[in-house]
Design a protein around this ligand. Structure first.
Ligand code: PDD
Length: 279
């Protein structure tokens, strides 16, 4: 008899719920998005949907209607009635017997949660510590794929070191991004912010592009170039950019204090501009 064992329960294989056979679980074969709302309004939903559509296309998951995803997200968000919400959704290629090659009949599966977003005002006010970790990820980090094991390992290492984020360093000794955030450094007396150029080795972060758009009219030049841990340690200021927390100052990098251990003026100004933008 074909069977399945779920924890301490044994059942006939034929009785398995399809969700146990999801290709997301077997292979990380799917893509996801995280969107947030500010004050009852979803933020940058169209940008997230465009990135989602691109991720689907890049991994050749077909048959997904983005207009339908938009409707589902908006309906669930309305229904939850949470002003500052975190909306997570993913699509996997489908579910069925474990086989690297998906069957033609498989249908993409959708999953979403709408939850209270955990605000971390202390991180914004006082800044966080980060630590470096090797970037062990695959060569298409521009796709928001469900394969996050390398990110998870990096983040857990950071957590063990008492740090809020892991900063990933590639084989050439350059910083790519955080385990789940983009990273910027500030230089030239606060008149320039630097972040890695987009490419296959980083996620095209929506917050990163928002920061760039806010910085330019505020007289802060945006420079897209690679930098190393040595540059980060000597930076005037450092900050992270991520949907769930927008801008977070970094005040310690691999135990080295940045900017005297306090969030700097440029980062604080960008935090204010971001807050004004989403008000
Ligand atoms: N992470 N880089 C990586 C590897 C990320 O996973 C994320 C976001 C970012 C920031 O992207 P954005 O500004 O579009 O949120 C950069 C989400 C929040 C997560 O995995 O939970």
């Amino acid at each position: 008899m074909q069977l399945a064992v779920i924890d301490d329960k044994t059942i006939p294989y034929a009785d398995l719920e399809p969700s146990y056979l999801d290709r997301g679980t077997f292979f990380g074969d799917g893509v996801y998005e995280v969107v947030r709302s500010y004050h009852g309004r979803l933020f940058a939903l169209e940008e997230h949907l465009a990135r989602f559509e691109r991720s689907l296309r890049e991994v050749a998951i077909t048959g997904v209607d983005i207009a339908d995803i938009r409707n589902r997200v908006m309906a669930a968000f309305e229904r939850a009635g949470i002003a500052n919400a975190k909306v997570y959704f993913h699509i996997t290629r489908g579910s069925g017997d474990r086989n690297h090659c998906a069957a033609a009949w498989m249908k993409p599966r959708f999953f979403m949660t709408v939850m209270e977003l955990e605000e971390k005002p202390a991180n914004k006010e006082h800044g966080v510590s980060v630590s470096t970790f090797p970037d062990w990820r695959w060569k298409r980090c521009d796709i928001k794929s469900l394969n996050l094991l390398a990110n998870v390992m990096a983040r857990m290492d950071a957590e063990k070191k008492g740090c809020a984020e892991a900063i990933l360093v590639n084989d050439s000794g350059e910083i790519t991004e955080g385990s789940s955030s983009a990273i910027f450094l500030v230089r030239s007396g606060g008149s320039e912010i630097v972040t890695r150029p987009l490419g296959p080795d980083i996620l095209p972060s929506i917050t990163r592009s928002m920061v760039e758009r806010l910085a330019m009219p505020a007289g802060v030049r945006v420079v897209e170039e690679a930098f190393r841990p040595e540059d980060a340690m000597r930076a005037e200021e450092l900050f992270l950019a991520v949907t769930t927390q927008d801008i977070v100052p970094v005040v310690q990098f691999d135990k080295i204090r940045i900017g005297g251990g306090r969030p700097g003026n440029c980062t604080r100004r960008l935090i204010e501009l971001f807050a004004e933008h989403v008000r």
